[in-house]
Design a protein. Structure first.
Length: 251
């Protein structure tokens, strides 16, 4: 049985003061939650403060990106050791906004995934098609390339620490959610690719989250699908009540 995982991707929202307030509200609701893995991914500037707030709880902290390099002359980048020092456990990699606005490619995303795993950070690898891909019938082809390239050379035993987030780009922040059938279909497809790449045990172990306008009112149905193991939540993660309601839907 795969444990469900609900992660809040706060994106470029929340000053330190606001992040402390939000994480305290979430802590009041979810401090002892052990049936679902809960992850908060604040912007870098608030990671330390959020880590401090949740330090004595079961809530995990994640980052929204990470450098593939160790250290050195990489202006504006953040390394694995900087994150681990702040008790970060998870790191979102290859989010569609990073692919789209910062031109991140599968090659670099794969380097980051491998670096994170090597350093005991759990990657949340985001994949997903754009609206034009779906409309032209290319969803599977696009997702397959992102999965195969993003996870290239990742050994089978690493898949228990790895999370894949299927986020159809047309559903992110738009209020349009994939139907639970549409999402389940792609999740099952992703699991079949993993099986083909590294075998059945890894395919059964890897957790695949859905992301894209997941809200309390659609979470129950999405999370009831056999291959949907959690959610990567953007907008609804900025409100403690909504986020907690989604976590409760996963229990
Ligand atoms: P959304 O964002 O929930 O606001 O659609 C999800 C994401 O981008 O991770």
């Amino acid at each position: 049985m795969r444990k469900k995982i609900i992660a809040g991707n706060w994106k470029m929202n929340k000053t330190v003061a606001e992040a402390v307030e939000l994480s305290n509200e979430i802590k009041r609701e979810l401090a002892d939650c052990n049936s679902v893995d809960v992850v908060l991914c604040p912007p870098f500037t608030a990671v330390k403060s959020v880590s401090d707030v949740v330090s004595e709880t079961l809530i995990n902290v994640g980052a929204q990106n990470m450098s593939s390099e160790e250290n050195g002359a990489y202006t504006g980048e953040i390394s694995h050791s900087m994150l681990k020092e702040l008790f970060v456990r998870y790191v979102i990699l290859g989010h569609s906004e990073r692919r789209e606005y910062y031109k991140e490619t599968d090659f670099w995303i794969n380097k980051k995934v491998k670096k994170a795993l090597e350093k005991n950070l759990r990657p949340i690898l985001c994949v997903g098609e754009k609206l034009e891909d779906r409309e032209s019938g290319n969803t599977e082809q696009v997702v397959e390339v992102q999965v195969r390239e993003g996870l290239k050379d990742v050994p089978a035993e690493a898949y228990t620490d790895l999370v894949i987030a299927y986020e159809p780009v047309w559903a992110i922040g738009t209020g349009k959610t994939a139907t639970s059938e549409q999402a389940q279909e792609v999740h099952a497809f992703i699991r079949s690719i993993v099986k083909d790449m590294v075998g059945e045990d890894a395919a059964n172990a890897v957790r695949i989250q859905y992301g894209g306008s997941m809200k309390p009112d659609n979470a129950v149905e999405l999370l009831a699908q056999p291959d949907i193991d959690g959610g990567l939540i953007g907008g609804a993660a900025l409100d403690a009540t909504s986020f907690a309601a989604i976590v409760k839907a996963a229990m």
